[in-house]
Design a protein around this ligand. Sequence first.
Ligand SMILES: Cc1cc2nc3c(=O)[nH]c(=O)nc-3n(C[C@H](O)[C@H](O)[C@H](O)COP(=O)(O)OP(=O)(O)OC[C@H]3O[C@@H](n4cnc5c(N)ncnc54)[C@H](O)[C@@H]3O)c2cc1C
Length: 465
Amino acid sequence: MSAQSAELINGDVSFWVRDAGWPTPRAPLPGPIDVDVAIVGGGMTGLWTAYYLKQEQPDWEIAIIEREFCGFGASGRNGGWMSAEPAGPFRRYAADRGRDAALAMQQEMFGAVRESVDVARREGFGDSVDETGLIHVATSRAGLARAYHHVEEMKQQGWGEDDVHTLTASELNQRVNVNRGMGGYSTPHCARVHPAKYTFGLAAAVERLGVRIYEQTTATALKPHTVVTDRGEVSARVVVRALEGYTASLPGERRTLLPMNSSLVITEPLTDQQLATIGWGGAELLGDTAHSFSYLQLTADHRIAIGGRGKPYDFGSNFDRRGRTAEFGVDLIRERLTQLFPSLQGIGLEQTWTGVLGVPRDWSAAVNYDAGTGLASAGGYVGHGLSGTNLAGRTLRDLILGRDTKLARLPWTGRKARRWEFEPLRWIGATGLYAAYRWADQREDRSESSETSAVAKIADRIAGR
Ligand SMILES: Cc1cc2nc3c(=O)[nH]c(=O)nc-3n(C[C@H](O)[C@H](O)[C@H](O)COP(=O)(O)OP(=O)(O)OC[C@H]3O[C@@H](n4cnc5c(N)ncnc54)[C@H](O)[C@@H]3O)c2cc1C
């Protein structure tokens, strides 16, 4: 019986966590403690920061405070694209700090993919990552024009001839047989990640270094040199906020990062015949060029995980912690899967889940440290957090150690985006923009024009993207 007719598991964190084996949570904070660095959030931002700081300062006491278990958040739920695409628009970093600074950021993102893969291999969780590359596919003329234009822009933003290639329709179809695939572009700078195995592996590596990880412990307030939790206070010289999409749940932070939903669906394993029909032999990560962007992964055990469409935002910056996906979201994602691969019509879906990522008002990630208050933070990667968190961890290390390095001078340091609007404006804005993008996609899919829809252009301007 196909899993479509069996019960679709909805929520329950993610397929990745179930597949990696549900973890037994580590012990909670035993009571008040005093440490050098307290990191709040056991996702990849918190883990990488601990990993790099502890190596430089083995004598420092470093504690991670995690509400559930490491990998419960976006780090254990994502699409598994570890890509070199920057966690913020080049033009914005260039406008703020100059073109050279934005170019440096791009080079560091290439390095972050390499470093994230190398560490996984060195630390014994290399089986969670594969360097398969990435393909962006256009299924409309307007999408193709955008793809080619984007490659021209990338070449001016530090991507060399070997870093990115345009694809014609026939070049694309030799690599993956996408319905209405008109071409696109590809880059080798992307690794396929099993998010839960990766994050669990990183947490174990951090613990081996001597970092203390307290799970099942909720931070209720972050103050200079203090983390208030439901299990006692943590006094620390440095307090790192590494909560990304969960930042809004702290007092006073509701409008700092918008908790944007992203939902995925994963299929049952494809048969050899289904695989042969779609011809995706290189297992590259796959994305489209639609405005309501979809991202796909062909997993090592031949399932397709596809995400991107659905309910973008819950009123009041709320979200469902276990990650249930609204039924219409599942329908939209299923529809997109069979638009791209009609031969998979009727394939069984095994699980769906939703996670939150943190979106700053200017859509640009930021890494900050104030030596006076000891307060540090990193996040707002807008869907590019897998390699972004690695770079953020190394950047925070340098900032906290007071080092004047090239990382400490990257254009995402010392940034402060303005706060999001009050409700109901946030909800109206987020849902209205996504409705506009869906409408624009439908128009472009039916049109022979290479022009991007005017509605999408206006939506981009309003969103500030
Ligand atoms: C569905 C989805 C798909 C994505 N796909 C991709 C992708 O393919 N490629 C990519 O590069 N990026 C992707 N992203 C983004 C990427 O996953 C994130 O940017 C990245 O994982 C952020 O890591 P983090 O450690 O900052 O946050 P998180 O991983 O969210 O970690 C925050 C942690 O804080 C904990 N926490 C929350 N509140 C408290 C509290 N009060 N006290 C203590 N702990 C608390 C949470 O339990 C959580 O473990 C995706 C995100 C989502 C949601």
